[in-house]
Design a protein around this ligand. Structure first.
Ligand code: FCB
Length: 476
């Protein structure tokens, strides 16, 4: 007799969403006064993205946003997380806003609200205006002040109709993939600059949070989305492996949540990086500025990280999951080795382990008591293709989503205050250094015609969103 299946049911107020980001979907990179961001420059530099692909057209969401909102409404989504292209609303990263740029987002938001879908705005999802990079980029202190000005502009323009705000998406990627391993824009490989970038991103978050609060009604919520890693030791009983975990945990997590949630960088991080930097770019008052009360915390989760102590001399090229590089994205951690985590893998090569999501949620429930949590990204890439009948069947993605949503539900049962979940991603899109090779969408995009076709996972997720209950999958 097969085991009876207990349905997994969520609290009625739980929000069911999907997420995207501007450069990955909008296209229209030269319209309405938009100027290049670091991702335009990087993707147009030979050798930086798979097949030299760029976001020039992406999935043309800039022109098709109405249809995309209609699709979300059809799927019964309760919320949608998207990001604003900074160079669309403030092209040089300084000075007055371009109304055409802001109008695009006003129309998008109005369309969402009319469809009963709650917008959640991310101000920065990695696309710094190129002029600010030319002036030094995130390693330059002034960039944090420029971000605060931009936050004020967008807060004033949309604060009356958008309640949920996220300052930065995954500052770890901006700092360490952008400035240390160089697999992301702007492609620099300067370990010390990457640590400065991390501090200035923290400062940008703090100053941006204050700017948003000053510009918007008090009822609005301000959060940040961290890709906090679940770091596990290869040999749990080995003190050297546990020391490696501490090092990577500090560089992945503590470097952000230390100042943001507690107002201090971890002592262990400062010690581990002391041969590289004295952190003198942390000025008097910065930690106070960064340590703002938050209304919520966004967690992005895909896969855990497995590490051990290592002899630096035996390490080969590093992969951090977003692309291979000879340069490490972990400054000061040359004595740490990274291992393939066990389990089935997605098309990214990332192992599938929903226990990591449960662990992550419980960690932040303990570290930030009382702070509501949202899973602001979670999902999987598979090599989806339409069948002869034109339908796209993706049972692996359904199994991935089921497993991870069930982990969220377990965490809620264990006392975590998780208010919502955003599937990454609504649509297949430009997956950074991988170009269009990796499909994360619940909705399939034919890149030749830009036609959208909901995959079977979109229909499964839609049922979950409408009923608050996960339908069993073929694998459970
Ligand atoms: C996250 C990014 C998102 C997408 C997913 C797969 O790190 O925030 O834009 O690339 O990974």
């Amino acid at each position: 007799m097969p085991e009876p299946i207990t349905p997994v049911t969520f609290p009625p107020a739980f929000l069911w969403g999907a997420a995207t980001s501007a450069y990955q979907i909008e296209g229209a990179v030269r319209e309405g006064g938009r100027t290049p961001s670091i991702w335009d420059t990087f993707s147009h530099t030979p050798g930086k993205t798979a097949g030299g692909e760029t976001g020039d057209i992406a999935v043309d969401h800039y022109h098709r946003y109405r249809d995309d909102v209609a699709l979300m409404a059809e799927l019964g989504l309760s919320t949608y997380r998207f990001s604003i292209s900074w160079s669309r609303v403030q092209p040089t990263g300084r000075g007055p806003a371009v109304q055409v740029g802001l109008d695009f987002y006003r129309r998008l938001v109005d369309e969402l609200l009319a469809a009963g879908i709650k917008p959640a705005v991310t101000l920065y999802h990695w696309d710094l205006p190129q002029e600010l990079e030319d002036a030094g980029g995130w390693p330059e202190r002034d960039t944090a002040f420029r971000f605060a000005e931009y936050a004020q502009i967008v807060g004033e323009a949309l604060g009356d109709r958008v309640e949920n705000w996220i300052t930065l998406n995954e500052p770890w990627c901006s700092a360490f993939l952008g400035y240390a391993s160089g697999v992301h824009a702007p492609g620099r490989t300067e370990p010390v600059a990457s640590l400065k970038a991390a501090h200035h991103l923290n400062l940008a978050h703090g100053l941006g949070t204050s700017a948003l609060r000053a510009a918007m009604p008090a009822r609005n919520s301000v959060a940040i989305s961290l890709n906090s890693s679940v770091v596990r030791p290869l040999s749990p009983g080995d003190p050297a492996d546990l020391a490696a975990v501490q090092k990577i945990d500090d560089l992945a997590n503590g470097v952000f949540h230390g100042p943001i949630l507690r107002g201090a960088y971890p002592e262990t991080l400062l010690a581990a990086t002391s041969s590289l930097t004295d952190w003198s770019y942390v000025h008097e008052g910065d930690l106070r500025a960064i340590h703002q009360p938050l209304d919520a915390l966004g967690l992005n989760y895909y896969t855990p990280t497995l590490v051990s102590a290592a002899d630096a001399s035996v390490l080969g090229p590093r992969s951090d999951g977003h692309g291979a590089s000879d340069h490490s994205p972990w400054p000061g951690a040359d004595d740490v080795a990274f291992h393939l985590t066990p389990g089935d893998r997605t098309e990214m090569g990332w192992s599938i382990d929903p226990t990591g999501l449960h662990e992550l949620i419980m960690r932040y429930t303990a570290e930030a008591p009382g702070l509501p949590l949202y899973i602001t990204e979670n999902g999987a890439a598979y090599d989806d293709k339409p069948d002869s009948d034109g339908r796209v069947h993706d049972p692996e993605r359904i199994a991935y989503l089921h497993g991870h949503l069930a982990a969220v539900r377990r965490a809620i049962a264990d006392g975590a205050d998780v208010r919502g979940y955003y599937l990454w991603s609504l649509l297949d899109n430009f997956e950074w250094a991988y170009g269009y090779e990796k499909r994360f969408g619940a909705v399939y995009v034919d890149y030749a015609t830009l036609t959208r076709t909901p995959k079977s996972s979109a229909l499964w997720y839609s049922q979950a969103a409408r009923t608050g209950t996960l339908a069993p999958t073929e694998t459970n």
